[in-house]
Design a binder for this molecule. Structure first.
Ligand code: ZN
Length: 105
């Protein structure tokens, strides 16, 4: 089952992170780390994110590694290299966690 997340759902109108439950916070931190890794390495076809599959929830035991890639300007796709876990993150572009080097015109 793919986890489809719109990053904006975690933020208020000013882009600040909403008050989250412990579980939601864990998932959010997992996803923002993916966004940071991918946006830093945007030119790579597939990025090894320094995350384990079980980082996203307390009750997971899979210690597979997370791989991710940018599939479009507003969409990042990630998956675990050991189990079926996968998902997408949308609307990450331009967020606090977007680490792309901005070109100043
Ligand atoms: Zn896994």
């Amino acid at each position: 089952m793919a986890l489809k997340v719109d990053l904006r759902h975690f933020l208020d109108e000013e882009g600040n992170v909403l008050a989250l439950t412990a579980q939601a916070k864990k998932v959010f931190e997992f996803l923002t780390k993916i966004v940071m890794s991918v946006s830093e390495n945007i030119e790579k076809p597939l990025i090894d994110v320094d995350l384990k599959c079980n980082t996203r929830a307390d009750d997971l035991t899979c210690d597979g590694d997370i791989k991710a890639k940018c599939i479009s300007i507003s969409m990042i796709e990630w998956h675990c290299d050991s189990c079926e876990a996968s998902g997408t993150v949308s609307n990450w572009h331009g967020s606090t966690w977007d680490k792309q080097v901005r070109i100043i015109h």
